[in-house]
Design a protein around this ligand. Structure first.
Ligand SMILES: C=C(O[C@@H]1C=C(C(=O)O)C=C[C@H]1O)C(=O)O
Length: 359
């Protein structure tokens, strides 16, 4: 199907207020979409169906699926634009953000550092949300701009009339499964891209990323036959750089394993902390707002008749919730004993740029 025809179908789905998930996987130029036939809210618990899953950070919200049996699936090719985002020398101080938000985030980071010093946990990912005036009717255009700008990201537009509207361009894979083969990644540590990939990383970033790798390797051990990890390397995500390690292997053959693996991995210390439960409690008690689907996960789930699965799930980062007349941008960063609160604030401001560029 022609891409303009696909966008017309999506617009008509939106006009009828029916659920949809439109997405482009990293490094491809294929836009896929599920358009649900009615507005029923399908929840997932066992991951034994097929469709597009949208899951929250914590169980305060519902895990929703647009089932393939209840929807039409379309795909189309967009021309490769190969736009490489140039370094824009914009100081974060140029971006207007309320001083109140800055103070609140710095105070949150300070309490995170304090809890680490008291040995409550080793790492916690602390976040905030920022409001930008925006008209919901422009959401599909924003998706098209995200597709144009972020070739290496998982770019998506998700809508359910009973839940809301979300858009994002995430650099982070939660889990790919194809039969017995799986892959995931450990992604953490952030610095602005200034035109070169040849950068050095400080001990704080090396340590916080190593914690994620260590967690993934340890937690997956019981579910895998083999597991391998790459060296960590610098990965570009829009105007930011992260440290990344690829983790691949084979799963033990067990039809239930996708559920086990999701439960083991989500939320990883890349978006929650280490140890997981202590960090999660701190986040829920201290962040002072509901993350909803930010730092949850989303993507395709295919379950075959023989119980085997193939799925591509991504962590919901660099995302925003679209309300009637505003966009809510969600951003955070990993806190360790070496964090400097002012720098952590700046990092969240830089992360908002991924979205601000397309609004
Ligand atoms: C939490 C976010 O990103 C995560 C945290 C990172 C960090 O602490 O450096 C880097 C990449 C992501 O794993 C976010 O983008 O909101």
């Amino acid at each position: 199907m022609d891409i303009s025809e696909l966008y017309l179908k999506i617009q008509s789905q939106l006009d009828q207020q029916l659920p949809l998930a439109v997405y482009k996987k990293p490094g491809t130029n294929e836009v896929n979409c599920f358009l649900q036939n009615d507005d029923y809210l399908h929840e997932v618990s066992s991951y034994d169906s097929s469709g597009f899953v949208f899951a929250p950070f914590s169980n305060s919200e519902k895990t929703v699926i647009i089932p393939d049996t209840e929807s039409s699936f379309f795909t189309s090719i967009v021309p490769f634009t190969a736009k490489d985002l140039k370094y824009v020398s914009k100081n974060s101080s140029d971006v207007f953000v309320e001083d109140k938000e800055r103070k609140a985030h710095i105070s949150l980071v300070n309490s995170g550092i304090q809890a680490i010093e008291n040995s409550t946990f080793r790492k916690v990912v602390l976040s905030r949300k920022e409001q930008i005036p925006f008209s919901q009717s422009n959401a599909l255009e924003v998706f098209q701009r995200l597709v144009d700008l972020y070739a290496n990201a998982f770019v998506y537009f998700w809508y359910h009339p009973k839940i809301g509207m979300w858009l994002g361009a995430t650099p982070e894979t939660l889990l790919h499964i194809d039969g017995d083969n799986f892959s995931t990644m450990s992604l953490a540590g952030t610095q602005p891209y200034k035109g070169s990939m040849d950068v050095s990383w400080e001990a704080k970033e090396i340590e916080e990323q190593a914690m994620v790798t260590e967690f993934v390797l340890k937690e997956l051990a019981d579910n895998v036959n083999t597991i391998r990890r790459s060296e960590s390397y610098t990965h570009k995500a829009g105007t930011l750089l992260h440290l990344k390690t690829d983790i691949t292997g084979t799963l033990k053959s067990n039809p239930q394993s996708i559920k086990n693996i999701i439960e083991v991995l989500h939320p990883t210390p890349a978006v929650c902390g280490l140890p997981k439960e202590e960090a999660r409690s701190f986040i829920l008690e201290n962040e002072g707002y509901d993350r909803k689907y930010y730092t949850g996960f989303l993507g395709e789930l295919h379950r075959f008749n023989d119980g085997r699965s193939s799925s591509s799930l991504f962590v919901n980062l660099r995302c925003m919730e679209i309300c009637k007349d505003q966009a809510l941008l969600y951003v955070g960063g990993g806190i360790t004993k070496d964090s400097i609160p002012e720098k952590e604030w700046e990092e969240t401001v830089k992360k908002t740029e991924t979205m601000k560029r397309v609004l």
